[in-house]
Design a protein around this ligand. Structure first.
Ligand SMILES: CC(C)(COP(=O)(O)OP(=O)(O)OC[C@H]1O[C@@H](n2cnc3c(N)ncnc32)[C@H](O)[C@@H]1OP(=O)(O)O)[C@@H](O)C(=O)NCCC(=O)NCCS
Length: 209
């Protein structure tokens, strides 16, 4: 046995509220890695509804790595939600036309870039991730947080605005984990090491063939 089939929608038998996320995504601007799962209290189709203000004409991407765990009601705010912040008014005159259509000529709304979530990231219930944020590998986002700044690898953040709660491991251990990148191993090697991945015996991972 080499783990669950990464290409099926629902890896838990008779349960359709937890999905391997990449297999339910329809929007080509949402890119999700293998084994990342999403759990939803009602319907997993809510995931794309919770990627807010994500318009094709803006073209920004939500990129999520492998082996992430994403809880119900997590929301991603994308760049289509940005209004002018440095002008006198934030009001989007141009969309209403009738003499206002040229209000934005030669101007652009703020654009923060793609949203990038690393590998083995756990995003807690009801967290909100703002546009252009990068969350490093192995990070944890506490429930109900609003993430407004990049999160370093293996860091726990929480609150609104989300602040660092603590590093998960020492600097040395984090460096070694980022070198190992276990999520990029082939599935046979991951399967051989599942017990080491769920304890703290780093040497075993480093020595693993
Ligand atoms: C982030 C989390 C993992 C921390 O767990 P922990 O390591 O056991 O940490 P503790 O409970 O000891 O809390 C550590 C600190 O974080 C703070 N904290 C915990 N959760 C927080 C939250 N959601 N928002 C803000 N701060 C939070 C605590 O107040 C504490 O602060 P202090 O050090 O100033 O006293 C946990 O609180 C959490 O949010 N888990 C997500 C649960 C979830 O949504 N699951 C969905 C199913 S996948």
């Amino acid at each position: 046995m080499q783990g669950p089939d990464k290409d099926i929608k629902f890896p838990l038998e008779n349960i359709d509220r937890l999905c391997f996320l990449k297999n339910i995504i329809k929007n080509p601007n949402i890119i999700v890695g293998d084994y990342t799962y999403y759990d939803d209290f009602e319907n997993v189709e809510n995931f794309e509804k919770n990627v807010k203000y994500h318009f094709d004409f803006v073209g920004d991407k939500l990129i999520i790595g492998k082996f992430c765990a994403i809880a119900s009601d997590v929301k991603f705010i994308m760049n289509g939600g940005n209004h002018l912040t440095k002008a006198i008014s934030t009001y989007p005159f141009s969309i209403f036309g009738h003499g206002w259509e040229h209000a934005m000529d030669g101007k652009e709304h703020p654009y923060k870039g793609d949203t990038k979530i690393g590998n083995d990231v756990w995003i807690g219930y009801n967290a909100i991730i703002m546009p252009g944020i990068t969350i490093g590998d192995g990070a944890i986002i506490a429930s109900n947080s609003t993430v407004v700044k990049d999160v370093e690898p293996y860091t726990i953040v929480g609150g609104n605005p989300a602040k660092e709660i603590k590093k998960r491991f020492s600097k040395n251990v984090i460096e070694r984990l980022l070198k190992i990148k276990w999520w990029d191993w082939n599935i046979e090697k991951i399967t051989r090491n599942v017990q080491h991945l769920t304890d703290m015996n780093l040497e075993k991972l480093e020595q693993s063939e």
